[in-house]
Design a protein around this ligand. Structure first.
Ligand SMILES: C[S@@+](CC[C@H](N)C(=O)[O-])C[C@H]1O[C@@H](n2cnc3c(N)ncnc32)[C@H](O)[C@@H]1O
Length: 204
């Protein structure tokens, strides 16, 4: 655990605007983001910005060998760490913006659940829009998208902008309770039912 925290902090210091956090998420937050993963069936679960893998671990636990779990991480060092920690997991060193194509290349039409660890508040509005479009374009019509926001940043411009864009993009966006046992405290957004034309609108 100390190793993971040190690796994560080291990568944050090198690229704060990409890593976007000083510490890996806690078990409590991981449990909250993974709630939409169904208990039965073989869902396709995509994880964006897996980092050192706290969400990965919870997703693997919930799937218990069912379905398919693909983890995307743009930072090769973090992706390497993830591969060692979870041998057999599909870890892609990739930009989440390319998700629709990555799924198509693997013969997958869509994901049932997309769990995001991306640091939305660190992104420019244009980057937020591109990444959300990739999510909408990759999510099955019945699918669920979860992501999180840090409590201390929720009133700041980038976080407010992301929340508004999320509300414009999905018919249903439900914020969860604050997870105090996280550094820093955070809360989850559960989003479903992308609005018709949402992805196309944002592209214009
Ligand atoms: C806030 S950290 C969260 C890491 C981990 N999910 C957790 O909760 O501890 C964000 C992660 O997203 C990764 N990331 C940032 N932009 C990305 C992108 N466009 N595509 C894929 N991963 C990205 C970063 O390298 C970092 O590991």
């Amino acid at each position: 655990m100390a190793n993971q925290s040190a690796l994560f902090l080291g990568e944050f210091l090198k690229s704060p605007a990409v890593v976007g956090a000083i510490a890996p998420s806690s078990r409590r937050l991981s449990s909250a983001v993974a709630v939409p993963i169904p208990e039965r069936g073989d869902p396709v679960v995509v994880e964006l910005g897996a980092g050192t893998g706290p969400f990965t671990e919870e997703i693997q636990r919930r799937l218990g060998g069912r379905g398919r779990h693909i983890a995307l991480e743009i930072n090769p060092r973090l992706a390497d760490h993830l591969r060692v920690r979870h041998p057999g997991l599909e870890v892609l060193v990739a930009d989440a913006a390319g998700l629709p194509q990555l799924l198509a290349e693997r013969g997958l039409a869509a994901a049932d659940v997309i769990v995001s660890g991306l640091p939305w508040a660190a992104f420019t509005p244009a980057r937020q829009a591109v990444l959300l479009r990739a999510v909408v374009d990759s999510l099955a019509p019945h699918g669920a998208f979860t992501t999180f926001s840090y409590v201390h940043a929720r009133m700041l411009g980038p976080a407010v902008r992301f929340r508004r864009t999320l509300a414009r993009t999905f018919e249903e966006v439900v914020p969860g309770r604050t997870v105090w046992r996280n550094l820093p405290p955070a809360f989850v957004f559960h989003a479903r039912r992308a609005r018709v034309g949402a992805a196309k609108d944002r592209a214009n």
